[in-house]
Structures are given as structure tokens and as C-alpha cells.
Write a protein that binds this ligand. Structure first.
Ligand SMILES: [Zn+2]
Ligand SMILES: [Zn+2]
Length: 328
């Protein structure tokens, strides 16, 4: 369980980004076609905008990458749904046309180079090699995904230590620990989770009216599990019905939706504790979406400048938590 804190540790902000282009919807053709631009340009603009926003506000983000995006094009990669599709000619859709030599939503050497060029204040983490959920795999398949990511990453000098599981579904923790990983993000399982039982309406009401406070957890609450530190998420920034979100945006009520998240950052700054926010870069689709995040980071930057809050990566948070459990 995630617990609030009133102790006097500093406040920390963790921001993790599930960076996957179309891989998050590799098995959902209709949604993929509906959600993404055909040439991947809108999603890339969001990544560039996010990097600039983070750098402008001193935010250190954890970019959890689908490993296959590191490729310029498929080599002899296994496991690889793209190669399987090419062989079978099944699974192609308008966003993955065989006529395109380098489908922009499945390969992202440009994004790879942009992240590598962004400096080591950001972290590059693991988000699967193909985004297949790990509970669906046996041990051998899980190790193949891990090994494929690590081998390709090594080519570019990338060694991920943190895991964001595809679809937030953790499994095979022992295999990850054996491969040198240190922590993983666990989904929002806060006390507020029970609101979902009463349907989405109550949760939406809570989001907008900020009836309950978002979870702010202590470093002491973080515990290793099968050799990996489980890091809770406080909030998925866009876990909200899109039509309702846009209705608020149109009425100039955009900031209402993020108010309770801003309050959690304020709480961490005032009382200590960790706020962990996450999103997919592609979810920053409109000016209003970008305004909301900018406002949030403005609040964080205000407290960071006063020394009340620090922005840290999942890996840095792991180091801090382990130091508390095992002081030198
Ligand atoms: Zn491939
Ligand atoms: Zn994902």
C-alpha cells in the first residue's frame, strides 16, 4: 500500500515516459490507425516538445523505450513481430504499409539519437523489446526479449537499469534482476483504486474536483521484490476519458483536470515524499494538453528553485532508497 508522509525528507518528482510510438498498439490495428499519425510526425513532435519542456524546467525524465525502436530497420531480430508480419503479410494496416521501406512508427533511430544527444540527466529505461506483455511469455521468451534489448542497446552505449513493463504488467522479475536491472514501475494501486469499482464517473469526479489527494509515497515505503525495487506510480497523466477532457479544454477548464496533480507536487515540496507521474509522449496531442503539462512543470520548477523539490529518474530514486535501507 502507498502511504502519505509527514516526515521531513525532501520532495522528489519522478516523471516516466512510455516511449513506444505504435508498439503499444501492435496488436490493435483499428486503435493504432485511429490514434497515430500515418507518418509518425505528430508523435515525434511530441517527443521533441517534451524534451525541450523537461530541459527548460530542469526535469530529469525516465524515457522507457521499446527496444525495437532503436533499429534503423529490421535486421535478423528475434523476437520481432514486424519480421513476422513481413513474412506472413498479415497484420499490415494503413500505418504499416509494406511499400514503405522504413515505417516511421516501428523504427525510430532519430528518436534514439535525439535522446542520446539530450545528455545524461535523462534516463533511458526498458519498455520491452516488442511491447508484448511479459505475463504472456514463458521464461525463455522473456529472456529473449531482455537479451534482444540489451544487445541492441549496447550497440549505442545504452544500458537500461529501470523497467516500465508493457501495459504495466510485471512478470519474470528474477530474470530481470539476473540481467542487472534494479527497479520497476508498478501501476497505480493506491487506496483510490477502489473508486474504479463504482465506475469511471466517481474517479472522474475525483480527478476534477480533487476530493482526495494523489498518492505521495515515502522512500522508506519502497521495497525490493525479487531483487528489484518496486516504484509505485502516483498518476497516469492522461488516465481520463478523452471526450470529457476535450470538453473541459474547450470550456477553458483545462487546468481543473490537473489541479490535484499540482496539489500532490505542492504536498511533496512542503512535507517530503515522492510523486511519480507518467504518460505516453503521443498523449500530448493538443495545445491544451501541452499547456496542462507546462503548468504542472511550472509548479515543480518553482519549488525546485527553492530547494524544496528535486526531479530525479527512477534509477536515481532506486539509489536513494537502497541507501536508506543499507546505509554505508
Ligand atoms: Zn525487427
Ligand atoms: Zn507501453
Amino acid at each position: 500500500m502507498v502511504t502519505a508522509t509527514a516526515t521531513k525528507q525532501p520532495g522528489y518528482l519522478v516523471f516516466s515516459l512510455d516511449t513506444e510510438l505504435a508498439w503499444g498498439y501492435y496488436d490493435l490495428d483499428a486503435m493504432r490507425a485511429r490514434l497515430f499519425s500515418a507518418d509518425g510526425s505528430r508523435e515525434r513532435r511530441a517527443i521533441t516538445w517534451l524534451l525541450d519542456l523537461c530541459d527548460g524546467h530542469g526535469i530529469r525524465a525516465t524515457w522507457a523505450l521499446v527496444g525495437h525502436l532503436l533499429f534503423d530497420r529490421c535486421e535478423d531480430c528475434q523476437p520481432c513481430p514486424v519480421a513476422a508480419w513481413q513474412r506472413s503479410h498479415r497484420g499490415f494496416s494503413e500505418v504499416y504499409a509494406p511499400a514503405r521501406p522504413a515505417p516511421a512508427l516501428w523504427y525510430a533511430p532519430d528518436v534514439r539519437d535525439r535522446l542520446l544527444g539530450a545528455g545524461d540527466h535523462h534516463e533511458i529505461a526498458f519498455h520491452g523489446f516488442t511491447h508484448r506483455p511479459f505475463p504472456h511469455m514463458d521464461g525463455d521468451a522473456a529472456r529473449r526479449e531482455i537479451d534482444a534489448w540489451l544487445a541492441l542497446g549496447a550497440r549505442f552505449g545504452i544500458r537500461p537499469r529501470s523497467i516500465v513493463f508493457p501495459r504495466n504488467r510485471a512478470a519474470h522479475l528474477d530474470a530481470f534482476a539476473a540481467a542487472g536491472f534494479r527497479c520497476f514501475r508498478s501501476p497505480d494501486r493506491s487506496p483510490r483504486w477502489h473508486l474504479r469499482r463504482f465506475g469511471p464517473a466517481l474517479k472522474c469526479t475525483d480527478d476534477v474536483l480533487a476530493l482526495s489527494r494523489l498518492e505521495v509515497f515515502t522512500l522508506d515505503a519502497l521495497r525490493p521484490e525479487h531483487g528489484l525495487l518496486r516504484i509505485p506510480a502516483s498518476a497516469h497523466l492522461f488516465d481520463f476519458p478523452r471526450t470529457l477532457e476535450q470538453a473541459l479544454d474547450v470550456r477553458g477548464l483545462s487546468q481543473l483536470r490537473f489541479r490535484r496533480i499540482g496539489q500532490a507536487i505542492e504536498h511533496a515540496a512542503a512535507h517530503g515524499g515522492v510523486v511519480h507521474l507518467w504518460a505516453h509522449p503521443w498523449e500530448l496531442r493538443t495545445e491544451a494538453d501541452r499547456d496542462k503539462l507546462q503548468q504542472l512543470f511550472g509548479i515543480a520548477a518553482h519549488h525546485m528553485q527553492r530547494g524544496q523539490l528535486r526531479s530525479i529518474t527512477m534509477d536515481e530514486l532506486t539509489t536513494l532508497a537502497l541507501q536508506r535501507h543499507n546505509p554505508a
